[in-house]
Ligand binder design. Structure first.
Ligand SMILES: Cc1cn([C@H]2C[C@H](O)[C@@H](COP(=O)(O)OP(=O)(O)OP(=O)(O)O)O2)c(=O)[nH]c1=O
Length: 187
């Protein structure tokens, strides 16, 4: 079965190799701004994941297409990717000393069967207290800029994480166990 990952993220591409030996990458042109946040993070990430998968599926005749999306939520506020270094600093200041949630949505479309699966993972991540100096140094590294919540648990920011409850890989952007089960059920 031909598997297509609808993602430009190298992290997702690396992680998917653990489930599927051979797959294609087709980056979606889906505009995430057309989906407003309706207050339900799990619905929101599934809609975004489906939007990405659908966009690629419309341009394919066959195969299984996978779309994903990851956001961070803190006290009902969505933290996406920071739009500037200033915003990255503000996000990290908010996350310091608190617990937040990371939501990852997955959508799997089976073209031939006309089947669609949607699911999500939520992981609780607790940051220890981090000071302004640590935040500024981390932001200067450039690592936060392409990541939801302005941090990457898999990089230098891993040292800020005091506790995690849930799937580590979902925080990195691809819930491996959930996706593995979804693919087993659909292929
Ligand atoms: C919280 C957190 C997020 N992230 C990343 C995962 C996602 O790639 C990114 C959130 O952006 P997304 O919009 O989910 O994905 P993307 O733009 O990187 O890739 P594509 O839409 O093409 O699939 O943040 C980490 O790498 N580590 C972390 O600890």
């Amino acid at each position: 079965m031909k598997v297509i990952l609808a993602s430009a993220s190298e992290r997702r591409q690396e992680l998917l190799k653990r489930i599927v030996d051979d797959f294609e990458i087709k980056v979606s042109d889906f505009n995430e701004d057309i989906i407003p946040f309706n207050g339900n993070p799990h619905e929101y990430v599934m809609e975004l994941a489906l939007g990405k998968a659908n966009d690629v599926a419309e341009k394919c005749n066959e195969g299984v297409i996978i779309g994903c999306d990851t956001i961070v939520t803190l006290d009902n506020e969505v933290l996406g990717k920071p739009r500037s270094e200033k915003e990255a600093v503000e996000m990290l200041e908010k996350l310091s000393g608190k617990s937040h949630e990371v939501y990852s949505g997955i959508a799997v479309i089976h073209k031939e069967k006309g089947e669609i699966l949607k699911d999500f993972c939520v992981t609780k991540v607790e940051f220890s207290d981090i000071n302004r100096e640590e935040i500024l140094e981390y932001v200067k590294s450039g690592d936060p800029m392409d990541k939801a919540g302005a941090y990457g648990i898999q990089g230098k920011a891993g040292v800020f994480v005091q506790k995690i409850e849930g799937d580590y890989y979902s925080v990195v952007g691809l819930p491996l166990n959930k996706l593995y089960k979804m693919l087993k059920s659909i292929i």
